[in-house]
Structure formats: structure tokens, C-alpha cells
Design a protein around this ligand. Structure first.
Ligand SMILES: [Zn+2]
Length: 257
């Protein structure tokens, strides 16, 4: 970790402009959600984690982290619990696409040539992809901007997953407010986690299809899709450091740093 400020919203425009011009740093855009994460985690979990992961990687590659897009695409019952929870606050796909398209185009105008879009909410990914694609079409092929998009959990290796889930990994869709996110929150934001409120209930058992309007009775009333029991800060640190190291290596490779 370095002492250099990584957050764009805490810099003056002058500092930001100098760094973009002289250092050509990677700029990170976290894309999260405001969504129920059970009784034990805050509504902003996806935004907090995508931002914290971005900051960890930015420290390793001398990058700058822009403020997150903090609202996500509509929560789906089988990966986020669904839209029926109070507090879950979601956008239409077109709004996500537009927000990503507009921000990517603005970074290009600033002279950013390396942009890393870090998705922290499963439901966002194809709308984020569309926003990036339309922005690149807007700015044209003569722009030097290159964009990496990632769902940060995809960096987790088999070795890390085996360590964190000794009884078997339930899959990222069911990993909502469960061991992975709770452990990462215990590492990055321990004061926001209520371990005493982790529900003791079996994992959700979804059929291989969706219904619209959704059957809310398929979703555990707590909003937790598989158990968060077993989450701890040591697992969180192991995941956070492995993801940050490997994402930093990917950024160095793709952007020739
Ligand atoms: Zn989440």
C-alpha cells in the first residue's frame, strides 16, 4: 500500500489532470448496486466491495479510482434476492447503459487511455458491456482508450476457493450475502458487518427457470441465498489479496505497465 491518494473525488482537478497527462495511470470505475444483502450486511455492499477492490488494485498499479456508479440493474431472485425487498433500489437497463456510456466517454475526453471497469453486482454485467461498447463507438477508433471489464470475483483462483469453501463452492450466483461477500466485508469494512444477525437457514433451492412476476416464496425471507456462516476476516483477506495481486498483474499485462 502506498500513501498516494487513489480516489479521484478527493483530488483537485489540477492534480488529476497532471497525473493523467504525466503518468497515464489506469483509472478504475467501480459499478455496484443498492441492494438487500441480508440482515447482516449493508445495502451498499456491492458498491463498497467493488470500490475497495479497485482501491487495493490501484495502490498496486499507481491508479486512480473514480466514484462508483452506486445503483445497479434490477435484482434477480436467483442471484440477488429480487426486487421485492425494501431498500433494493435499481435502475432500468437503459439507465445503466447510459451511465456507463457517458462516464466512459468523459474519461476518454480527459485523456485517460487505460480504464478498468470493476463490476460488483452480478446483474450489471451485460449492460455495462453495452455501455462500454457504445462509448467506444462514440469516441471512434482513433482514441487511445482501452477498457478492461471484470467481475472481480472471476479472479478468484481454484486454490483460493478451495481454501475459503472447504465443503464445496456453491457458485457465484448463490454467493449473495454469503461467505464470499461477508468475508470480504469483514476484511474491508468490519464495522458494517453484524455477524450476530447471520441467518441460520438452508441454501435456496431454485428451479432451472425464472417466472415473471417472480415467485417471491422461492427466495429465503432473509434475502441470503446460501449460508454466510463460516465467513471470517482471514478468508476475506486471503481473497482480497489474491484478487488484487492477480488483477494488478492482468492490468500490467494488458496495458504494458
Ligand atoms: Zn452483492
Amino acid at each position: 500500500m502506498s500513501d498516494i491518494e487513489v480516489r479521484m473525488d478527493r483530488m483537485s482537478w489540477v492534480t488529476y489532470a497532471e497525473r493523467i497527462k504525466q503518468e497515464k495511470p489506469p483509472v478504475f470505475l467501480p459499478v455496484g448496486a443498492l441492494e438487500q444483502h441480508g440482515p447482516h450486511l449493508p445495502l451498499g455492499t456491492d458498491t463498497l466491495l467493488s470500490t475497495s477492490v479497485s482501491e487495493s488494485v490501484a495502490c498496486r498499479v499507481n491508479g486512480i479510482v473514480a466514484p462508483a456508479l452506486a445503483y445497479g440493474y434490477k435484482s434477480q431472485p436467483k442471484c440477488g434476492g429480487g426486487q421485492h425487498f425494501c431498500g433494493t433500489t435499481s435502475l432500468d437497463a437503459q439507465s445503466i447503459i447510459s451511465a456507463v456510456r457517458d462516464t466512459v466517454r468523459e474519461f476518454a475526453r480527459h485523456g485517460v487511455d487505460k480504464l478498468v471497469v470493476v463490476v460488483g453486482h452480478y446483474e450489471n454485467q451485460w449492460f455495462v458491456t453495452e455501455g462500454i461498447d457504445l462509448a467506444l463507438r462514440d469516441i471512434g477508433s482513433s482514441s487511445p482508450l482501452r477498457v478492461m471489464r471484470t467481475e472481480y470475483w472471476d479472479f478468484l483462483t481454484e486454490a483460493t476457493l478451495t481454501k475459503v469453501f472447504p465443503d464445496g463452492f456453491p457458485g457465484f450466483a448463490l454467493e449473495h450475502a454469503a461467505v464470499m461477500e461477508t468475508s470480504l466485508m469483514l476484511h474491508y469494512h468490519p464495522a458494517l458487518v453484524r455477524l450476530d444477525l447471520i441467518p441460520r437457514e438452508p441454501s435456496a433451492d431454485f428451479p432451472p427457470y425464472d417466472m415473471y412476476p417472480p415467485h417471491t416464496e422461492w427466495v429465503p425471507p432473509s434475502g441470503v441465498l446460501s449460508s454466510a456462516l463460516g465467513a471470517d476476516a482471514i478468508k476475506g483477506k486471503a481473497m482480497a489479496e489474491q484478487v488484487a495481486d492477480d488483477m494488478a498483474a492482468a492490468i500490467r499485462r494488458e496495458f504494458n505497465l
